[in-house]
Design a protein around this ligand. Sequence first.
Ligand code: ASP
Ligand code: MG
Length: 389
Amino acid sequence: MTVMKTMVMKFGGSSVADDTKLNLVAQRIIENKDKADGIVVVVSAQGKTTNNLISESESLSATPSKREMDMLLSVGEQITASKLSILLNEKGYEAISLTGWQAGIKTNSVYESAKIETIYPERIYKELEQGKIVIVTGFQGINDIGDITTLGRGGSDTTAVALAAALEADECFIYSDVDGIYSADPHVVDGVKKIDEISFGEMQEISDAGAKVLHDRSIQIGERFDCSIIAKSTFVDGEGSRVCKKIETSEVKSIVNNTKVALVEVNTNSNINNIEIYKDLLANNIIVNNYKNIKDNKVSFIALSSDINRIQKIFEEKNLEIIIEEISKLSVIGYGVIQDSITLETILETLNNRAEVLDINLGQSRIEIVAKNIDDSIVNELHQKLITA
Ligand code: ASP
Ligand code: MG
């Protein structure tokens, strides 16, 4: 049997937002057709479809069942996949769209954030062998009892990389409306640099720091199966950025200032064990970090701003006093950043008298500063000193 070389291309929501864009996506697929023995395309829902479906459910119920939400949200990707297939057929190329379950994507049963357990690629291979372009819905799979599950917001990246790994492709192309991964958020920082190559570990840190570039589990799968991830633009030609296994170099790769977080302090009373607070949060599906026992009867943690209303409600019901403070988490990422003291010194000097530093955390290849009042001018200055200088 000859080994089949499969190319996996994923197109995000903004790349498939309307018919004009769908035509450009079809063009990208067609121009790559002869570069591989077979092409598997993974698609997201068009534009704001997923958000709109969520709003529609919210107008029916404040607490819809997660199983039903997965049934609902999975529809978005099915619309894109079938439309793209219709379009490719119309252009004279044989294509077929497959849902997550038709593509053999088996997940666990955690509705709304299911994990892929196994992929049975037989059907995909069968269609590829018949010369078809296979279009798979991202973000969804099927569980043990035959229910549709979704992988969590942004999960189509994970579908794509998992499929690339299952089909033994060495790389997975993730197309979007940006032409790669940048050293900082271009909406905040002037003169950002495009990253040509970055290790999986550093990319994971960027994702943990709060930058929504790639779905975090796609990075983990890429690393585990040694499948490089190439982030590229659908609309502009270029090499893009490659996330791969590489010897880490010492330069600072990226700065992320995550402002969508808040510091929460809870005054517990002596009847409540601190771990109970954590359990309450988990029971409500609220993931927090930097969880600390700051004094007797006092814990603090950092939560997503979007979870704050729910957190307030939980502790109000328990009659526990909480304090919420506006903060941000500034992360400086690069394999070398903790190898010497220069980076940390530069950060602290720059923040001095301008921001109130509450905490410093050192990770594998990340310095994280929890502080009040880090504004865009500070982030710009740090980017200049640490990356462009
Ligand atoms: N459509 C899903 C979302 O909006 C999945 C994805 O786009 O990756 O989160
Ligand atoms: Mg995405």
